[in-house]
Design a protein around this ligand. Structure first.
Ligand code: ZN
Length: 929
């Protein structure tokens, strides 16, 4: 037999290898029974999971189980790269993390690592499950990357580590089963899903990424911010504005002032790669910047939180789905401009086109990463290093309020010298009328003033009323990759002493933008369509500062500082240490600590007596009003020991039983929800589970059927449950949905249909309260107060010239999602345990005025109000002085029962820990002795 030359062997082996990979890897069509993008066909998660497991057999992949979902499914990340790269995966992961953290690296070392490393790109799909292109492009992308052997794919695999992440397994299962339940393809529809596509949060699963309440968020956050820290992350959504195919990067202003500019220009570069590729492939319809509503202001979205970590976070919002649709004719979209350089024309649109577009966009991103691997790695290092430098020296972030202060200082001097007012220095943004600008000393009058510097760090003292909640805040930082230190001994900074166990967060670290955002106010610019015109609504919240929402007490430190601090390893979650101090006739639990409610619910569930002390304990003002008292009996001590160690509670003993104790009784709690699922209700359902409140979900038909008092003691209505008088609809959040007809639905969902109405529901709720029940209303559901004719009015009204009253116009008053401060009356049972001043989440929330004799008659008691005309703490509050003296929350007697009305979002996305007890307090009954 003739000898075969070595080179031929190599060729033969390569051919065999390619054949092998093509043979062993099943195509989507073979696996699912249809090609991805076929009309009227969707894959379930069960099928997708099985397919990912088949792809895991390829030498180009590594399948990673990143954790369980809220419904208990496995959530996967499929890592795709060349077989050679996968052999060194740990090394490349290490390089990716070191470059992002930039800690202890010189530029020289960073250049060497950049040359050695591989670009890491995250691509996810399916976060919003009705946006079906997301999951299906993920499946198709995985298949193509694993099976294709063209030069571009090979170049990508050689230079890039691709993280393909399924963002919401539970939702895909729900949505696909819903869509595919119709046998006739033409009858299939994504409309009228019976419940939320994430167990608690639904669409708000994309608002959880700085708080990380949900398991899916925790799973993905761990990979994004602790394990991998990719240089690029690409988050797929739907859908673009009407008349376009998709909206994508770059995004409209305002961009957040804490960002590194290199991150923002990095988005520009990737955006250009995306729409250039679409145009070269004759795929029109991409819009960007002001062509769509998406901005980079908000933190907390899957994509946006990455911006605060120096990652190039990409979002596209594409049209299409399994049911063919039309690209509508929108005349103004037909004119090419900077936002939409290549408009699409009206046409029939099929699922496959959206999949093809998505593949082009993914390949554009991956091709960019393969070609610019070195720069991507070096630039994330550069941004991290910039952050470390800004946090190591005096630095003034260019917030609008600082620039406004310059303009005001200049104007004040002008007035002094000329005796007349001059035009605003900011009204002429291009400086045409004053080419020389204004004297530089005005810059120094703000940007060189030591008292106005950015902090070098923050200290969270272990000595605060609710340290367990403060520790939850610390864990939110740790889950997002922030470096946190903890004091191993008492220490003093800036003249203040702190106990051991206190946490320290220094700003000299790579993800400084994120940590500033978690502690400092968001300074949303005054953003109007034109001077004097209507405000431009922020895409989501204007202000959210989690430390404020959570009621965390902390100090800002403006100078560099050191102390006996231990570095907590990245990603290592903290458990607060509680204790039971002493023993006696009974035990005390401060109601200022939210976790006390967990302990109390466990004690009552075990059949033990729990009391509250309305005015607290003499000599123990630290405990606050409404302190819990638990007699030392039965299993009380054992349960309290357990609660102290599990929930970080400080339990103190009391020598003898207090005289003023009122006994608590557990209540039968109902929580309103609706067909399709209310997100605010879902968050409260999750909250009640976390804090061990047993509860029943209640729907409109059960309310309308009456006899509520037989079944329940308290009914909770979150925002957007109860319509305004004279209206049948609650104001919509997102697209308003048509209620399906009962006969279109499986029988199990029919009892969920129906809405709260003035005619049928309100009389039953009134009767329920008259018979001693209580109703808690939050946000717009405080409308119930008007239905009941209580002596309260809308405080945000003005008089017209003709003497008519009307709501204040948005040109005068506009407060989108922001943090405001209220005064509270913590002597009221409903507000026990609250501080005298509290930060609340306010979102165009109702504000009330009492009728003059309402309080005298004792019918209405204010619980929280705006004590002055400057309540803004974080965000945007145009015309905030109108809020002065407005009532934010009150309790009213209705027969033998009560109505609690909370205008602000006291349970906002399960983030506003500082106001949770305004709900919790209402979930216990009190038996007066
Ligand atoms: Zn979406």
């Amino acid at each position: 037999m003739k000898r075969i030359p070595t080179y031929l062997w190599a060729v033969l082996l390569l051919l065999l290898a390619n054949r092998a990979s093509a043979q062993t890897i099943t195509s989507p069509k073979e696996h699912f029974g249809f090609a991805i993008g076929d009309d009227y066909q969707l894959a379930t998660y069960t099928q997708t999971e099985a397919y990912f497991k088949k792809l895991a057999a390829s030498e180009r992949t590594r399948l990673v189980d990143i954790g369980l979902t809220e419904e208990g499914r496995h959530q996967y990340m499929l890592i795709v790269s060349s077989p050679e790269n996968l052999k060194n995966l740990n090394r490349y992961q290490e390089i990716s993390r070191r470059m992002a953290r930039a800690e202890g690296l010189t530029d020289e070392q960073a250049r060497e690592l950049a040359a050695e490393g591989k670009a890491v790109v995250w691509i996810d799909g399916g976060l919003h499950s009705t946006e079906t292109v997301g999951t299906h492009q993920l499946i198709e992308t995985a298949w193509q990357l694993v099976s294709r052997n063209d030069p571009e794919t090979r170049r990508i695999l050689d230079n890039v580590i691709v993280l393909l992440v399924h963002a919401n397994p539970d939702g895909q299962e729900l949505v696909t089963n819903w869509y595919m339940r119709e046998l006739k393809p033409e009858k299939r529809s994504l409309e009228n899903l019976p419940k939320l596509y994430q167990k608690y949060a639904g669409h708000d699963n994309n608002r959880d990424f700085y708080m990380l309440n949900m398991k899916e968020t925790q799973n993905m956050g761990r990979q994004l911010f602790v394990e991998w820290i990719p240089q690029i992350m690409y988050n797929h959504h739907q859908r673009g504005p009407a008349g376009s195919v998709l909206a994508g990067p770059p995004y409209r202003d305002p961009f957040n002032h804490v960002f590194d500019p290199l991150m923002v220009t990095g988005i520009d570069a990737l955006g250009a790669a995306m729409y250039n590729r679409l145009n070269s492939e004759k795929k029109p319809g991409f819009t960007r910047l002001n062509g769509a509503s998406f901005s980079t202001w908000y933190n907390g979205g899957l994509r946006t939180t990455t911006h605060f970590h120096n990652m190039i976070g990409l979002l596209t919002e594409i049209v299409g789905g399994p049911t063919p649709e039309n690209i509508p004719l929108v005349p103004q979209r037909l004119i090419p401009n900077g936002n939409t350089p290549n408009p699409v024309t009206p046409q029939r649109w099929h699922f496959k086109q959206s999949i093809d577009y998505s593949l082009s966009l993914n390949y554009a991103t991956l091709d960019y990463a393969a070609r610019h691997r070195y720069e991507l790695l070096f630039n994330i290092y550069r941004m991290g290093k910039n952050s470390i430098e800004r946090g190591s020296q005096d630095y003034w972030t260019p917030y609008p309020r600082r620039v406004e202060a310059i303009a005001q200082a200049y104007q004040a001097d002008q007035r002094k010298s000329s005796g007349t007012a001059t035009a605003s220095a900011t009204a002429d943004p291009f400086g045409w009328s004053n080419r020389g600008g204004i004297p530089a000393k005005y810059y120094d009058s703000v940007f060189r003033v030591p008292a106005q510097r950015d902090p070098r760090g923050f200290i969270i003292s272990a000595d605060q009323p609710d340290f367990a909640t403060a520790t939850k805040f610390i864990n939110a930082l740790i889950r997002t990759g922030i470096l946190v230190e903890q004091a191993t001994a008492p220490f003093t900074v800036a003249g203040k002493s702190y106990p051991a166990g206190s946490y320290v967060v220094k700003t000299a670290q790579a993800f400084r933008p994120h940590l500033l955002d978690m502690f400092e106010p968001q300074d949303h610019p005054n953003d109007f369509q034109y001077p004097g015109g209507p405000p431009i609504r922020p895409y989501d919240a204007a202000g959210w500062t989690p430390a404020y929402q959570m009621g965390v007490q902390f100090d800002r430190v403006l100078e560099g500082f050191e102390g006996p601090f231990r570095r907590i390893p990245y990603g290592e979650l903290q458990t607060p240490k509680g204790r039971v101090e002493g023993s006696g006739a009974g035990y005390l639990l401060s109601a200022r600590a939210n976790n006390a409610f967990i302990a109390v619910n466990d004690l009552m569930k075990a059949g033990l007596d729990v009391y509250r002390l309305p005015s607290g304990v003499p000599g123990r003002s630290d405990l606050g009003t409404g302190t819990f008292f638990i007699p030392n009996a039965g299993k009380a001590k054992a349960l309290l020991d357990q609660a102290a160690s599990e929930h970080g509670l400080i339990v103190s003993a009391l020598g003898k039983r207090p005289a003023n104790a009122v006994k608590l009784k557990p209540l039968r709690i109902a929580l309103w929800d609706t067909y399709g699922g209310s997100m605010p209700s879902g968050w409260v359902r999750w909250l009640m589970e976390q804090y061990h409140f047993p509860m029943q979900v209640i729907y409109a038909p059960e309310i309308d059927a009456g006899d509520l008092r037989k079944k329940y003691d308290v009914i909770v209505f979150v925002t957007r449950a109860i319509p305004a008088p004279g209206s049948r609809e609650v104001e919509s959040y997102g697209a308003p949905s048509r209620e399906p007809k009962a006969e279109e639905l499986p029988a199990e969902y029919r009892p969920w249909l129906g809405k709260i109405s003035a005619e049928k529901s309100v009389p039953q709720l009134k009767k329920f309260m008259e018979e001693g029940g209580s109703v808690v209303t939050i946000g717009s559901s405080t409308n119930l107060a008007y239905h009941l004719g209580l002596p309260v009015r809308n405080a945000l009204m003005e008089m017209t010239n003709t003497g008519q009253e009307r709501p204040l116009g948005a040109d005068k008053y506009f407060v989108p999602g922001s943090i405001l401060q209220v005064a509270t009356d913590s002597t009221q049972q409903a507000a026990w345990g609250m501080p005298a001043k509290a930060d609340i989440y306010f979102e165009a929330s109702p504000v009330f005025k009492l009728a003059p004799d309402a309080m005298i008659k004792g019918q209405v008691q204010p619980l929280a109000w705006f004590a002055d005309g400057k309540p803004l703490r974080s965000g945007w509050a145009w015309g905030q002085s109108y809020l002065k003296d407005g009532i934010a929350a009150f309790v009213a007697n209705v027969g033998n029962g009560k109505l609690y009305a909370f205008g602000p979002e006291i349970t906002f996305r399960a983030q506003s820990h500082g106001t949770f007890k305004l709900l919790f307090n209402q979930l216990y009954g009190v038996a007066r002795p």
